[in-house]
Unconditional design. Sequence first.
Lengths: 311, 267
Amino acid sequence: MNNFADGRLAVNIGDIYLKNPVIMCSGTFGSGLEYNEIYETQIIGAVVTKSFSLKPMEGNKPPRLCETSSGLLNSIGLQNEGIEFFIQDQLPFVKKLKISPILSILGTSSLEFAELASKIIKIEHELIAVELNLSCPNVNKGGITLGSIPDSVEEVTSIVRKTLNIPVIVKLSPNNDNLIEIAKRAKSGGAACVSLINTLIGMAIDINTFKPKLGNVIGGLSGPAIKPVALAKIFSLYKAEVLPIIGMGGIFSWEDAIEFMLAGASAVGLGTVNFVEYDAAINIINGLIDFISKNNLNNISDITGKVKAGQ
Amino acid sequence: MKALKGEIISNDKISENIYKMTVFSPYMVKHCIPGQFVNIKCSESTVYDPLLRRPFSIYDVEEGFKVFSILYLIKGKGTKYLKSLEPGDVIDFLGPLGNGIKVDDKSDKKYLLIGGGMGVAPLFYLAKSLILKKNNVFLAAGFKDNKFIFFEKAIQLLKINYQFFSEDGSHGAKGIVTDFLNNHIDEYRDYTIYSCGPSEMLKSLKEIFLRNNIKNKAYALFEEIMACGIGVCKGCVIKTIDKDNKYIYKTVCKDGPLFELKEVVFE
Ligand SMILES: Cc1cc2nc3c(=O)[nH]c(=O)nc-3n(C[C@H](O)[C@H](O)[C@H](O)COP(=O)(O)OP(=O)(O)OC[C@H]3O[C@@H](n4cnc5c(N)ncnc54)[C@H](O)[C@@H]3O)c2cc1C
Ligand SMILES: Cc1cc2nc3c(=O)[nH]c(=O)nc-3n(C[C@H](O)[C@H](O)[C@H](O)COP(=O)(O)O)c2cc1C
Ligand code: FES
C-alpha cells in the first residue's frame, strides 16, 4: 500500500515538487539513514540533511541539550563532518534508500557559500533542492549573523542560485524583527521558497551552581513550546505574499500540521518530534490523508492560508 | 535497534527511591548486549511534558522469560512517571542502543568491574554474561550508604568475588572504591577493566591507571543528557582525544556509551 504517494498529498512549493508535504527538518534527522532502521524513510516528502559546512566543524562545548517545559534547548553548534563527507559517504546510501534529499549548507560568508555551491554542482541532479541555513543561532559566524543582514541574504542566495540549476530554499530565523524584508531579499536573490522557523534564542540556568545549563550559555529553543510563535511568524509572512513557505516549529501531530498549513504553509517540517515519536512522519501523513477525505479536498494545498482571520 | 512496545511484567520498589522494572520483549532479549541501553518515553502517548525520552541501561536479561529489566533511581518528572506504571501497562521504547560490550566466546579471562552508585546497574548484566562464559570476574563497588544491599543479594547469586564499600560504613567496608583500587592496583594488572559511575569517579580511575602505568584495557560507560539516542542530533557528546592528539566530540548514544578511559578528556 502506498498511501504516502496519494496524489492528493502532492504539492508544488515554488518550483519544488514533493509527493507529500511532510519534510524532515535539518539537524533532527541526520540524512535519513539512521531512521531508515526504524521505518522506510523514502515515504517522506523530503529529508533536509544536517547543515554541512565546507570543512568539518567540531561543534560547541557540552552540555549541548537542556529540556524545558515542552521544549528543548540545544547548542550543538553545527557539528558536522563537512560537505565532502555528505557527497562521498552519505549520498550513495541516500540514493540507495530512495530518500528525497534537500541538502542544507552553511557558510560564514558569501564566498564560502559560493565554494559550497561549486562543490555541489556535480551532485545537484541527485538533490531536490538546497537549503541555505541563514538562521542558526549557535554559531558565531554565518548562520543568523549573515541571515539578519538583508544585503547578505540576497547576495548569498543569488550566488548559490546562479551556480546551481536546482531550487534554493532560504531558512529563516524567528529572532530577527525584519522577517518580511529578509524574505523579500531572498526572493530577489532567486529563492524558490523559504522555510521557517529555525530555533528561538533561549537560555536556562542551574540555581545550585549559578551556571548556565548549556556549555555555550545560550541555545536555540524548539519543540511544542515554540509552536504559537512559529504559527504567528508564518501567518504574517503569508499575508505579505512574498514566497511559498515550508512551516516548522513544534509540529508533533497531524492536527499541528493542518494548523501550519491553514496559517500559510505549503509544506510542513518535523524536527524535535523525531526524537520523541520516532515514526511521527507516518502518523502525520496518514492523518493528512484522513483529513483530505473527511473534508472532500482535491489536494492538501487547498487549505494553505485558509485560516479565517476576519479579513 | 527498533522502536518497540513492551508489557511491564513487574515494577517494584527495591530500595529507597530505587525501582526495578521488568519488561517483556523477545526482540530485546535476542539482540541486546551488556552496556547497551533503551530510550523510554516517560509520558502518556500524546503528552509532551517531559518532552524527551529517558535513557536507562539494561540491568538484566532473562532469556527463558523473554524479559529484560532496568533499575532506576527516582530523580525528576520522567522517573516519577515510570514509578506510576503498573504490571500490564505497556511502555514505548527504542532499543537496544549504543555500542555495548561484546562478551567474547573465549573464556578464562580476568575482568575487574568497578561501580559507583547507580552506575552498578549495567554491571549486573555484564557480570552475568561474563560468568556464563566462565570468565573470572571481580566486582568492586562503592556507595554512599546502605541503599544497595539488594544489589549485593543479586550479585551473590552470580557466585562471583566482590567487595563493596560505603562512605558511611553502613554497607561493606567503610571507604571509597577508588581508594581500594589505588591500594590494590598491582593485583589487577592483567585484568580487563569495565567501570560505570559518577564522572568524578571515572576521572579518578583514569588518573590511578595513568599514575600506575596500567597497560591493560580500561573502559567506562558514560552518561550524557540525550535527545535522539541514535546519533543524529549530536547533543550527547563527550570530549575525546585521538592518537594524533586531536580533540573530537563523540556521541555517548552511538559512539558510546562505552569508551576507553584513556581516550576521554575530563574537563
Ligand atoms: C546511557 C545512559 C544510561 C543510564 N542508565 C541509567 C540506569 O540504569 N538507571 C538510572 O537510574 N539512571 C540511568 N541513567 C540516567 C537517567 O537517564 C536519568 O536519571 C533520567 O533521565 C532522569 O530523568 P528524570 O526525568 O527523572 O529527571 P530530570 O532531572 O527531570 O531530568 C531532566 C533531564 O536531564 C536528563 N538527565 C538527568 N539525569 C541524567 C543523568 N544522570 N544522565 C543523563 N541524563 C540525565 C534527563 O534525561 C532529562 O533530559 C542513564 C543515563 C544514560 C545516558
Ligand atoms: C538538535 C537540533 C539541531 C538542529 N540543527 C539544525 C541545522 O543543522 N540546520 C538548520 O537549519 N536547523 C537546525 N535545527 C532547527 C530545526 O531544523 C527546526 O527549524 C527547529 O528545531 C524548529 O522545529 P521543531 O520545533 O519541530 O524542532 C536544529 C534543531 C535541533 C533541535
Ligand atoms: S542523543 Fe542525539 S546524538 Fe546522542
